[in-house]
Write a protein that binds this ligand. Structure first.
Ligand SMILES: NC(=O)c1ccc[n+]([C@@H]2O[C@H](COP(=O)([O-])OP(=O)(O)OC[C@H]3O[C@@H](n4cnc5c(N)ncnc54)[C@H](OP(=O)(O)O)[C@@H]3O)[C@@H](O)[C@H]2O)c1
Length: 312
């Protein structure tokens, strides 16, 4: 094992899988002093050939470094790694660079802080081959001073984007952005499944579907500002008009492999708003608070899907 000599600024990359290897390679290319540790030592060999210093343990790598990047599978592995560390780690910054939940980030932040180090959580919105290119987005949250201290180095991996002082902020951004992709992609799959079942040519349909997806993108900023202002103009359709279409869609999607996409819950929400006389508002109102009025013991009772409005 190579002896790890003292260095003023060394970066430890713990976990040299796909992301960790890409990160370590980029840092080495940037002229940095990089120490690596991987549970399966042989997987770090090419990085060692490229100039990284191999450590005998995660603890050895961490204690020799200023900035520690935990590029591990998940927070189970992060917890195991952090549990093995002891002593005073003050002056160091430990970054958990893996997909996880808000609770995972809070737990890791507590443990790192108890060890005397600063904590950053990182959400990677990039494939390994994108690391170090303009296409990579990495979201950071936690210790702002630590982020500022290491901004230039983190900037070698992607344009660094600090999203909040709460340690869990990056995890929430990261998971929500993944969720947005799933919603759009699964929405497309549901649509293709429906038309294919109906004997329609999916290739012909998809050209028009792309335009429909584009409407969401075009209107995104307007939707965000409606939410911020707390006003919900009808836009292309009122809630009453949306409800009619949503009920038809629930019927059309019955029995589909991917289910109805949660539309009955949306319909119930619209019905509750309409019961308060808000049928002229737009779809953004569905995520606004629904006020309870003094003469109502509980929020408005949703009408069963399919029931006509005049029957209320
Ligand atoms: N790859 C992507 O495209 C991508 C994109 C965005 C986000 N991410 C996120 O980035 C993180 C890393 O992903 P990856 O693609 O680099 O994964 P990966 O290639 O599977 O690498 C996982 C690394 O974690 C190590 N590891 C796993 N469990 C461990 C444990 N209990 N103790 C010590 N080391 C352990 C593995 O060591 P061994 O070699 O010994 O197994 C390996 O070095 C994940 O959270 C992933 O969700 C990945």
């Amino acid at each position: 094992m190579t002896e790890i000599k003292a260095s003023e600024y060394r970066i430890a990359v713990i976990g040299t899988g796909a992301i960790g290897s890409a990160v370590a390679r980029r840092l080495l290319a940037g002229g940095h002093d990089v120490v690596v540790w991987n549970r399966t030592a042989s997987r770090s060999a090419t990085l060692v050939d490229a100039g990284a210093v191999p450590a005998g343990s995660a603890g050895e790598a961490v204690s020799s470094a200023t900035l520690v990047l935990l590029t591990l599978t998940d927070h189970v592995a992060v917890r195991q790694c952090l549990a093995e560390l002891d002593g005073d780690l003050s002056g160091r910054t430990i970054v958990a660079m893996c997909t996880g939940t808000a609770d995972d980030a809070k737990h890791a932040a507590q443990r790192v802080t108890a060890l005397g180090a600063s904590y950053l959580d990182a959400g990677i919105q990039a494939a390994p081959e994108m690391i170090g290119t303009d296409a990579a987005t990495i979201l950071y949250s936690g210790s702002r001073p630590a982020f500022e201290r290491h901004r230039a180095v983190l900037g070698l991996l992607s344009t660094p984007h600090f999203v909040g002082d709460a340690p869990q902020a990056a995890a929430i951004w990261d998971l929500t952005l993944f969720g947005l992709w799933y919603d759009a992609q699964l929405g497309l799959l549901r649509a293709l499944d429906t038309v294919r079942e109906a004997g329609i040519d999916v290739a012909e349909f998809v050209d028009t579907a792309v335009g429909q997806l584009g409407h969401v993108v075009t209107g995104a900023s307007t939707t965000a500002s409606e939410l911020q202002r707390g006003t919900y103009p009808a836009g292309p359709a009122t809630l009453a008009e949306h409800l009619t279409v949503i009920r038809h869609l629930i019927a059309l999607r019955g029995g589909q492999a991917l289910g109805d996409g949660g539309l009955p819950a949306v319909a119930a929400r619209i019905e509750a708003l309409m019961a308060q006389g808000r049928e002229g508002e737009g779809l953004t109102a569905t995520i606004a608070p629904i006020a309870t009025t003094t003469n109502q013991a509980s929020p408005a009772q949703p009408v069963a899907v399919g029931q006509d409005q005049h029957e209320q």
